[in-house]
Design a binder for this molecule. Sequence first.
Ligand code: NAP
Length: 490
Amino acid sequence: MTRQFELKELIRPDNFIDGQWRAAADGARFAVTDPATGTIITQVADSGPADARAATDAAARALPAWRDLLPKERATILHKWNALILANQDALGALISLEQGKPLAEGRGEVAYGASYVAWFADEATRIYGDIIPQQQHGKRMTAVKEPIGIVAAITPWNFPLAMIARKIAPALAAGCTVVAKPAEDTPLTASALVLLAHEAGVPAGVLNLITASRDHAVATVADWLEDSRVRKITFTGSTPVGKYLARESAGTLKKLSLELGGNAPFIVFDDADLDAAVTGLLASKFRNGGQTCVCPNRVYVQAGVYDKFADMLSRRVSELKVAPATDPDAQIGPMINIRAIDKIARHVDDALAHGARVLAGGRRLPELGPHYYAPTVLADATHEMLLCGEETFGPVAALFRFDDEAEAIEAANNTPFGLASYFYSQDVRRIDRVSRALQAGIVGINEGALASEAAPFGGVKESGYGREGSKYGLDDYLSIKYLCQGNLA
Ligand code: NAP
């Protein structure tokens, strides 16, 4: 029988190192708050370099035995972990909503989404094939085998506190690596709950270690992993500046890196699009998680012939979105994660208005609900001088740009250092072929707003990073290839 936990049993305020819950070495703690109310949920361990080192020591001790398990033995443990995550979907979903703020239905959805990666990589563990290289010389046999890369350090953001860490830990464990992990300051509790369930599923002591840290301590704590030559890989999801910093600072020990970084996704609506489908797709991709997703459309390009109609259809639907705390069962948009996030959204909207944008929906903070709420917003007449064109707004703001022809739309869409997701709507098969080849992005949604799947390769190009998560490619990031050359056989 798969064990079910109460929400309060899932809340663990300590680090998990070598199979044990431990306070930070110096006893420090920081507060985790509910973004809807500002109420303190609990105080968690505020780790430093000594805790990072203890986690690496444990991961190093556990590596040989974990690496030597049969793949199907690792798969069995991962499948148990998946079953436990799903059995605790309600409590985990509530915990995500409590510390991150997304509506309860989205919190539950994230649990299923994160678990899907665990199930996927449990199966993939048993499919790590090498190659027998066609013979080049008599008496010599050449083969290529794949081996776990070693200790993996996983550093994750707050916007998907379960899914982002699950889709790093699952392939690492499947490949035979051991893990040290640090979740974001704002959302450490979901990660700790996930680790609790992994332990319950039979992940041995030291194979998976998690330390929590405040923003003030994060740099020094993670630096210990960056400098430690035993850590062979960094897998990071977060902002582009931090990704670049990690690449620079880990260069001394030449670690392998997977960097899932920021985006600035274009969403193009051509004159020949199905407008109902385009509005529905934009609502799903732009307003999910209050617009706090890396694949959120940030720039909506609408062709002149349908611009006014599309703007009208969209702003009607956006005005109907219900903004409320996650605990309200009808909530569609919750609070933003913190006051810095709200201030950035307000700065982007104010700047757009100063440059001539018009508000078609929203366009204001919602202090009547609390300091972290912003009304879902549609802005018309957006231009490339505006701040929201150049950087992720990471909030519920859809800015509509007008364009005349296909070449102009593609040029504008690609005119960014980023290249994570992109979207376009058209019913012309030749245009679909042309535009999907022309867009510079790791992910292209064609007449579709919901793109993520454990079976698909997720990742970016340009300054959105490198490496892929999910799919048959996702394990490669945690493996190295060894070439075996056996001679004197004849
Ligand atoms: P962030 O500031 O880069 O933080 C991400 C993680 O890195 C957090 O755990 C953070 O800890 C830690 N961190 C920050 N500075 C660090 C440093 N100097 N040394 C070591 N660790 C450091 O990103 P965020 O604001 O949490 O997340 C939003 C960003 O993530 C957006 O840009 C979004 O597009 C991107 N994202 C990308 C993907 C993708 O798959 N490509 C998915 C989701 C999100 P603290 O929390 O303590 O600061």
